[in-house]
Ligand binder design. Structure first.
Ligand SMILES: *Cc1c(COP(=O)(O)O)cnc(C)c1O
Length: 372
């Protein structure tokens, strides 16, 4: 079966108790024992597990082709819980360019707690190999990267990680399993912020981890999930499951529009540089073809001038909403350096576009008038 069919049916089944075509939301925090003190459906308490979260977790595992899925209350909670499974003295290798919250957790939470980490340009495989030490437990990739849309060769990095008995983790938030399935490229764990494309409507925070195999490490993370309790509410799980039903169509439509927008911007005289893996000039095109089903719907543009010109440009837009985050049905634009704050290394003339479901011609008209 094709991905769309699998995704729809993984997140959808008539309720066996009532026949309801749409799954109910199980709000109960606790589950009754029978006369002999057993739990008939194996649910005990909602922090450990509940039917609505379990349905989402199964769907997540199916989408990524993994053995075990786990849902969290945010992408950061997923990252946090995975890193908590490491031990003081362990080392994490992280890409130079990553969602700012990942290095922030490593620096502010896990470094004081005894974890070490280094950052490396994951496109430089010699540098990756040289940076993996005997205590390296996780090599953390994010591809396409935020916000420069650099591409990591997952097969090669996973091979280097495995040579050192480290796990290869991929933050797959930007590509989604529609476009990239890291576990099929030998990664061990996929991480998602489901706040983005998976839910798709900018109305729920969530995170996910999907594990290729159900081993001791996976079970350690499972234990931490219920012990530390950064789990999503049943309603949040239900919203993410609903989003998954339309993930394939949304992703393809948003990506088609992103390509048109990127082509328009790449020719525009006010543009200094465009970052989009769908451009024939993108430096990592060969890997895009090899590991992705398409370049995605995120576009970053550096316009001529500095921060002032960039902010003036977005101030004139009417269809794009000036906001952080991404992956929803409405197009957003963000001056990333402003959001990242003082330590940001993002160019001050860079704007990040999350292309939504508006018509391409209307988005281009808006960009054209604002760039004039
Ligand atoms: C948003 C995002 C995160 C963090 O997820 P939250 O749900 O905001 O906690 C992590 N990685 C990437 C690539 C993201 O875009």
């Amino acid at each position: 079966m094709h991905f769309d069919t699998i995704a729809l049916h993984a997140s959808h089944a008539p309720d066996p108790a009532t026949g309801a075509v749409v799954s109910p939301i199980h709000l109960s925090t606790t589950f009754a024992r029978n006369e002999t003190n057993e739990l008939p459906a194996n649910y005990l308490y909602a922090r450990n597990n509940n039917p609505t979260r379990e349905a989402l977790e199964k769907a997540l595992a199916v989408l990524e082709g993994g053995a075990v899925g786990m849902a969290f209350s945010s992408g950061q909670a997923a990252t946090m819980t995975l890193l908590q499974a490491l031990r003081p003295g362990d080392h994490v290798l992280l890409s130079t360019e990553a969602y700012y919250g990942t290095p922030a957790l490593l620096e502010q939470v896990f470094h004081p707690w005894g974890l070490t980490y280094t950052r490396v340009d994951m496109r430089d495989l010699d540098a990756v190999q040289a940076s993996i030490h005997e205590n390296t437990r996780i090599v953390w990739c994010e591809t396409p990267s935020n916000p420069m849309l650099a591409i990591t060769d997952l097969l090669s990095v996973a091979r280097l990680a495995h040579e050192a008995d480290a796990l290869c983790v991929c933050d797959n938030t930007w590509a989604t399993p529609v476009l990239q399935r890291p576990l099929e490229l030998n990664c061990d764990v996929v991480m998602h912020s489901t706040s983005k494309y998976l839910s798709g409507h900018s109305d729920v925070l969530g995170g996910a981890l999907v594990f290729k195999t159900n081993n001791e490490f996976t079970q350690r993370v499972r234990t931490l999930q219920s012990l530390s309790g950064a789990v999503p509410s049943p309603f949040d799980c239900w919203l993410v499951s609903r989003g998954i039903k339309t993930l394939g169509v949304r992703m393809r439509a948003q990506m088609a529009t992103a390509q048109v927008v990127a082509d328009f911007l790449s020719d525009h005289p006010a543009v200094e540089q465009l970052h989009y893996p769908g451009l024939s000039t993108h430096p990592d095109r060969a890997i895009v073809h090899q590991q992705m089903n398409g370049p995605g719907a995120m576009v970053s543009v550096q316009i001529k001038g500095g921060a002032e010109e960039a902010l003036q440009f977005i101030g004139k837009l009417t269809l794009f909403t000036r906001a952080t985050s991404l992956g929803g049905v409405e197009s957003l634009i963000e001056h990333r350096a402003s959001s990242e704050g003082a330590n940001s290394s993002t160019p001050v003339n860079l704007l990040r576009l999350s292309i939504g479901l508006e018509h391409a011609e209307d988005l281009i008209a808006d960009l054209a008038q604002a760039l004039r």
